[in-house]
Write a protein that binds this ligand. Sequence first.
Ligand code: NAP
Length: 250
Amino acid sequence: MTQKALIVGVANERSLAWSIAKHLKKSGFDIALTYQNEALEKRVKPLAQEIGADLVLPLDVSNESQVTAAFETIQKKWGNLDTLVHSIAFANRDDLEGRFIETPREGFRMALDISAYSLVQLARAAEPLMKTNGGSILTLSYVGATRVIPHYNVMGVAKAALEACVRYLAYDLGPQKIRVNAISAGPVKTLAAAGIRDFRTMLSQDAETNPLRENIEQDDVGALAAFLCSPAGKHMTGSTLFVDSGAHIL
Ligand code: NAP
């Protein structure tokens, strides 16, 4: 039977999730994409058409009933799910500059809720659909989880929480052969990245200093995701894998 993948986090053709969608399609998966709001629906629908996605669903992770409805639709259409890709993050722009110490409680709460807790929320919703055949859950992280990257601030804390969630979820879901991993990507110019102050400088410094002396591309992330969701990754879980031209060793 054809494998089924739900991919959350395509905003446009630059999104890391879009590269993952294309790679999984090429590997033979049926694809479901989501959009957060009406403005994004207009951008996501043509992309969904491009890869012949089976489903395009509204899904804002801060809206619990929308999450329930999305998984009900998947249950009805597919009956099961093999792969869930969580490729979303959010923090107030003001909290991605200046001193981390100034982060207000509400900004901290929201960044961790949308960027980390949502993985737990989506994994819980996916579990019943993955129970019979097992599955693979993937999320996207960044080295700011373990190292201080200027301006990354509260998002670094959210990514640290996200990577810890990956480990606890991998432990909970392992007996059902549901694997959970994170891909820690080097900087790529996307909509979300544009919210980080001095992102261009971050990008050029990365290319000047990382071991391979070049930035990664969206495609690198898609290829690694396809590997992790394939039988080749069947004994990999609870890990954060780096695709960052080696920057994390410095
Ligand atoms: P992107 O194209 O802007 O994708 C981010 C996605 O998150 C968007 O689709 C966004 O929708 C969605 N999102 C935000 N809040 C949401 C909510 N409440 N409900 C549902 N979706 C929501 O940027 P990206 O760079 O590909 O980001 C994908 C992931 O990769 C993020 O976790 C990011 O931290 C991670 N990452 C990125 C880089 C990089 O350099 N680009 C490096 C390492 C890791 P809206 O546009 O509507 O907000």
